[in-house]
Design a protein around this ligand. Structure first.
Ligand code: NAD
Length: 291
C-alpha cells in the first residue's frame, strides 16, 4: 500500500527526528505529544536541526520551509486517525505504549499500519493487544535520526509481507538502509550495544576507571567515535535502564542485570543530555564528568 501521511506519537528527541526526516522526504506528518511544552517546542527544534543541514550544504532554505510546512503538531491523538502509517515514539514504558495504541484504534482506517520505535519491547506483545497484529511491526530509528543511516525493521510473529514491504519502502524513500531483526528483546543493535554501556557503568561503579578514563579508553583504544558513558547520556539513561530491564527480564540471564549505579542516576533524575546532567554535567560551557 502507498504511504502518504504518517502520524508520529511522541515529540521527544526521537519523535522530532522522525518527523524531520519524514517531512524532508515529502510525507505529511501529524505529530503529537501529551506534553504541551514538548509539542510547542518541536517545530523550532526541528527547524534548528534542519538549519545545521543547511549550514553543511545538505539542504536549501526552501526545502526546510517546505518540510516544516508538512509537519502539523496536534495535542489530540485522535487527529492521527486518517494517516496511513503510525510511528509510535513515546517514552519507553510498555503500559504507555499499550495505552496509546488502545486510544488510537477507534480512530484509525482499517488499512493503517501501526509501528513502534521501541528500542526493546516485544513487538508481538504490543501487536497482540491491537485489532491488527498482521499490520503491526517495529520501526526502529537510531539517534540522531537525521544523521544515522540505519533503521531496524522488526517483524512480530504475525506481521504480514505487505506491511513489511510498505515499511521497507518508507525506509528507502528516506534514503536510509534497513536491517531486519527478529522480535527478541532489544533486537540487534541494542542487544549488543546496551550490555557494553552497562558494563562501562559497572567499570565506573567498581572504580576500575573514572568517567573520563572509561570514555577515553573506548574512543582511543577501540576506535569508538563516542565513549560509552557519553553515548549513554546521549541516548538517555532512563532509556538505557529500560532496555537493560527488558533484556534482563526477557532473557532471564543475570549477565543483563542493570548496574546499580545506572539505577541511581535515573533515580536522581540525572538522565543525560536531555536533563543537562548524567555521567557528564552539561550545565556549563563544556561537559564536566560527574565522577
Ligand atoms: P524522550 O523522553 O525524548 O521522548 C518521549 C516523549 O514521549 C516525551 O516527549 C513524552 O512527553 C512523550 N509521551 C509520553 N507519553 C505519551 C503519550 N501517552 N502520548 C504521546 N506522547 C507521550 O524519549 P526518546 O529518546 O525520544 O524515546 C522515544 C522512543 O524511542 C522510546 O521507545 C525509545 O526506546 C525509542 N528510541 C530511543 C532512542 C534514543 O537513543 N533515545 C533510539 C532509538 C529508539
Amino acid at each position: 500500500m502507498a504511504i502518504g501521511s504518517v502520524g508520529v506519537v511522541g515529540a521527544g528527541q526521537m519523535g522530532n527526528g522522525i518527523a524531520h526526516v519524514l517531512a524532508l522526504a515529502g510525507y505529511e506528518v501529524l505529530l503529537t505529544d501529551v506534553r504541551e511544552d514538548a509539542l510547542a517546542a518541536a517545530p523550532g527544534l526541528i527547524g534548528r536541526n534542519m538549519d545545521r543541514q543547511i549550514a553543511r550544504g545538505a539542504l536549501t532554505a526552501a526545502d526546510r520551509d517546505a518540510a516544516l510546512a508538512r509537519i502539523v503538531p496536534t495535542a489530540r491523538l485522535a487527529d492521527l486517525g486518517p494517516t496511513d502509517l503510525i510511528i509510535e515514539a513515546a517514552t519507553e514504558r510498555e503500559e504507555i505504549k499499550h495505552r496509546i495504541f488502545a486510544e488510537l484504534l477507534p480512530h484509525l482506517k482499517p488499512e493503517t499500519i501501526l509501528t513502534s520505535n521501541t528500542s526493546s519491547i516485544s513487538i508481538t506483545r504490543l501487536a497482540s493487544r491491537t485489532d491488527r497484529p498482521e499490520k503491526f511491526m517495529g520501526f526502529h530509528f537510531m539517534n540522531p535520526v537525521p544523521v544515522m543511516q540505519l533503521v531496524e525493521l522488526i517483524r512480530g510473529i504475525a506481521t504480514d509481507q505487505a506491511t513489511f514491504d510498505a515499511c521497507h519502502g518508507v525506509v528507502e524513500r528516506l534514503g536510509k538502509t534497513s536491517a531486519t531483526a527478529e522480535d527478541y528483546p532489544a533486537f540487534i543493535v541494542n542487544r549488543i550495544l546496551m550490555p557494553m554501556i552497562n558494563e562501562a557503568v559497572y567499570a565506573l561503579y567498581e572504580g576500575v576507571g573514572n568517567v573520563h578514563s572509561i570514555d577515553q579508553s573506548m574512543r582511543l583504544g577501540a576506535n569508538h567515535p563516542m565513549g560509552p558513558l557519553e553515548l549513554a547520556d546521549f541516548i538517555g539513561l532512563d532509556t538505557c535502564l529500560a532496555i537493560m530491564n527488558v533484556l534482563h527480564e526477557g532473557l532471564a540471564d543475570t549477565k543483563y542485570r542493570p548496574c546499580p549505579l545506572l539505577v541511581k542516576y535515573v533515580e536522581a533524575g540525572w538522565l543525560g543530555r536531555k536533563t543537562r546532567r548524567g555521567f557528564y554535567d552539561y550545565r556549563g560551557e563544556a561537559p564536566v564528568p560527574t565522577r
